[in-house]
Design a protein around this ligand. Structure first.
Ligand code: ZN
Length: 480
């Protein structure tokens, strides 16, 4: 058995030099992408360091501060106003507040273009984004579009998602969520005093987002074993599992707002972003559970309702995915597979993709089919790998059993954290029909191969199987 490098399994995102050295020593094939960040701060009173941080990274005095309308506090006062006044003493600060008409900011090109225009007109020497995942994705996209050499500093206002420490922006295009390579923030600042005051449901959403650690890297490994990706790497998983396991066991302390648990959550969320960054794609932190979530978001847009917290939705998707893994690991018999039935034709799949997504928008279905077509082609070219996978199932099964958690334990810990376990508990809640649609059709969404694809190709992922997932979840007081 290979013992993982302690510098990886106990990686501290605040010490990027040690992490970089460990990654270098554990990357014999030279597969990993560099972490293009200067520094990550996770500490109390971090806000007070901002003038110094900005001076260190910026030559000029012109700062563009970008935020949305969500109020955040540090002590009794508004966080954003405190930062504005703190920086105005030394810098020329222009403050851009983004909002849209129904009060939900989306990461769309239109908003990014607005930021780009202001970066240019203000001739900003530095962009400072204050907020959550959407503000961060927009600031990454906009500053990348203008000039990557402009320092981007992000003040994370809640432990809501893992989008802060990677070089990807999740943007909404034609109603479809796309992961685009953009840029890393130069500096990430997490002030634990601010986090402590953030609404608990936001911090719990981040806890929900990293629960994907129990399904996404497994999907990624499965896909690799089937020849469906060549990006899989162990270090991306090593930096996630051990500390996430500690976090999962501390779930009850999160509910009690324990300081050290907040700090651990901040660390693992940041590591989850870094894991995606070094893999060069979102697979280490995004598998079936995220695809289900993306479908729910697409439906929300069409149904003109707000989207529930990303991480909260992800955690329910994780429960369903963990159940699906549990069923596969317990019941799959490779000798029962009829190989010829596992490789459907384009003629069969295309109408299925259009039927699933055309009600949202013709362009959405086009976009999904474009990605799905590639996946199907890739799948067909990996028939030999699939045969090998079936022959080696017992070994692969044991490897996977070591890195998944039981759905029961997952649900128990989520309840201990005070996190929702049902889609109906989301704000706004997700109705059963939409949830069933997302579960049933998630595998048809674009190019990424996940567990849901394997289960579809072996003939399992159908209406009956979805009902079984729902039933099993309901026995755990979870799911719809
Ligand atoms: Zn996520």
């Amino acid at each position: 058995m290979i013992i993982a490098d302690p510098r990886l399994i106990y990686a501290d995102p605040r010490d990027l030099d040690t992490l970089r050295n460990a990654l270098k020593d554990n990357d014999p094939e030279g597969k990993l992408c560099p972490i293009l960040m200067d520094q990550i701060y996770i500490q109390k009173k971090a806000i007070e360091l901002l003038p110094e941080i900005i001076s260190e990274h910026t030559r000029g005095k012109k700062i563009l501060m970008v935020s949305d309308m969500t109020p955040y506090f540090r002590g009794k006062d508004s966080l954003k106003e405190q930062i504005y006044y703190l920086l105005s003493q030394n810098f020329d600060v222009l403050w851009l507040t983004l909002d849209n008409h129904d009060h939900v900011l989306h990461a769309v090109d239109e908003e990014s273009t607005r930021i780009q225009e202001v970066i240019r007109t203000h001739q900003a020497d530095c962009v400072l984004g204050i907020g959550g995942g959407t503000i961060t994705d927009l600031c990454k996209d906009a500053s990348h579009a203008v000039d990557d050499s402009i320092p981007l500093i992000i003040v994370q206002t809640a432990l809501s998602v893992n989008a802060f420490s990677d070089g990807i922006s999740i943007m909404l295009k034609n109603g479809v969520k796309c992961s685009l390579p953009t840029r890393y923030p130069s500096v990430l600042v997490i002030d634990l005093d601010v986090i402590e005051q953030a609404p608990m449901e936001r911090n719990l959403a981040g806890y929900g987002d990293v629960l994907a650690t129990w399904t996404a890297p497994v999907d990624w490994y499965l896909s690799y074993k089937l020849g469906m990706n060549n990006t899989y790497n162990d270090p991306s998983c090593d930096i996630l599992r051990t500390q996430n396991s500690e976090l999962l066991e501390q779930s009850a302390r999160l509910a009690a707002k324990d300081q050290e648990t907040f700090e651990l959550l901040a660390k693992v969320l940041t590591l989850s972003g870094l894991a995606m960054g070094i893999a060069g794609e979102s697979s280490p932190s995004s598998g079936t559970e995220h695809i289900i979530t993306h479908l729910l978001d697409m439906a929300a847009d069409k149904q003109h309702r707000d989207v529930a917290f990303h991480g909260a939705q992800v955690s329910i998707g994780t429960i369903f995915t963990a159940i699906a893994w549990d069923i596969l690991l317990n019941e799959f018999d490779p000798t029962s597979v009829d190989l010829e039935k596992c490789f459907p034709t384009e003629k069969k799949m295309k109408p299925m993709v259009y039927e699933s997504f055309e009600w949202i928008k013709k362009e959405t279905a086009d976009e999904c089919w474009k990605g799905y077509q590639k996946k199907l082609e890739n799948w067909k070219s990996n028939k030999e790998n699939f045969k090998k996978f079936l022959r080696n199932w017992d070994i692969i099964k044991t490897e996977i059993q070591n890195v998944v958690v039981s759905p029961q334990h997952l649900c128990e810990q989520m309840r201990a954290a005070g996190a929702p376990t049902h889609y109906s508990q989301m704000t706004p809640s997700i109705d059963e029909k939409t949830a069933r649609w997302a579960l049933r059709n998630c595998h048809l969404y674009r190019n990424r191969f996940t567990l849901s694809d394997l289960l579809f190709y072996i003939g399992w992922w159908n209406d009956d199987f979805i009902e079984r997932l729902i039933q099993r979840a309901s026995e755990l007081d979870a799911g719809l």
